[in-house]
Design a protein around this ligand. Structure first.
Ligand code: CAA
Length: 255
């Protein structure tokens, strides 16, 4: 039976891993299926926001039992990074709603999302060092960008996890909420974002990424100017500005 599924609610896609007996540890099969689902999400223009929410535990990492016998080449084939990159590259906002453990590959899955909302009981970290390895699904790259080199090194070198409050303080998550309102908070955020202009969101997401990679502020701003000007070719720009002038709520169609 599949251990990952995609549901739709309005314009929100909900990706859910259902392997509670292993704390939603990510097997190669789950991640392969995730790649396929992400392609469907990309093709479905009706999905304007994606939320990843796994009940009780976000994911306690890559499946250790599935990796134990790997040599270098098998490990290379096992790696989740290309699939998580597909997630990071989706042209829609993505939200990780984190309850319980988000460790190792689970933490890296959350890091490939745009926004992280954690329940107060969440525990986040990179325990790979305790297994004799290191993060291998984007963690060493995305964590320093998000929380800075020093904090990322401390987390990755010690393998000690952080609680939700600490995660918030260091910028690893955007928000912390009581566990019983985690889903509602993520859903409300998704609904809010789903009402925004999809092409403007996609352009903003791409530009922020390009800016982070650009060698200079000037190079980043040049990309921004082009993306910004390009939005004036969209119907949503006319709709948004006309709605302002007409004192009504805009209705964006992604055109
Ligand atoms: N892989 C495979 N199985 C896992 C798992 C994982 N990452 N995490 C938990 N499980 C399984 C356990 O083996 C156990 O299964 P059995 O009942 O069959 O023994 C079940 O889930 C429940 O786990 P525990 O009994 O250990 O639960 P606990 O509450 O005592 O402890 C925990 C919870 C602290 C999260 C502990 O399970 C743990 O340390 N898990 C491993 C965390 C980890 O090291 N993650 C990183 C993996 S490597 C990685 O992710 C590499 C990468 O960069 C992609």
């Amino acid at each position: 039976m599949g251990q990952i599924m995609l549901k739709k609610s309005g314009h929100t896609g909900i990706l859910q891993i259902t392997r509670p007996q292993a704390l939603n540890a990510l097997s190669r099969e789950i991640v392969d299926e995730m790649a396929w689902i992400l392609e469907k999400v990309q093709e479905d223009r009706d999905i304007r926001v994606l939320v990843i929410y796994n009940e009780k535990n976000f994911a306690a990492g890559a499946d250790i039992k599935g990796m134990i016998g790997c040599g270098r080449e098998e490990a290379r084939a096992f790696v989740f990074a290309p699939v998580f990159q597909k997630l990071a590259d989706l042209p829609i906002p993505t939200i990780a709603a984190i309850e319980g453990y988000a460790l190792g590959g689970g933490m890296e899955l959350a890091l490939a999302c745009d926004i992280r909302i954690a329940a107060e009981d969440a525990k986040l970290g990179f325990p790979e060092i305790n297994l004799g390895i290191m993060p291998g699904a984007g963690g060493t790259i995305r964590a320093p960008r998000l929380i800075g080199e020093a904090k990322a090194k401390e987390m990755i070198f010690t393998g000690s996890g952080v609680d939700a409050r600490t995660a918030l303080a260091i910028g690893l998550v955007n928000r912390v909420v009581p566990p019983d309102v985690l889903w509602k908070t993520a859903e409300e955020m998704a609904q809010r974002l789903a009402q925004k202009a999809p092409l403007a969101l996609a352009a903003a997401k791409k530009t922020i990424e390009a800016g982070l990679r650009a060698g200079s502020v000037e190079a980043g701003v040049a990309v921004e100017t082009e993306a910004w000007a390009g939005l004036f070719e969209t119907k949503d720009q006319k709709e948004g500005m006309n709605a302002f002038v007409e004192k009504r709520k805009p209705v964006f169609r992604g055109k």
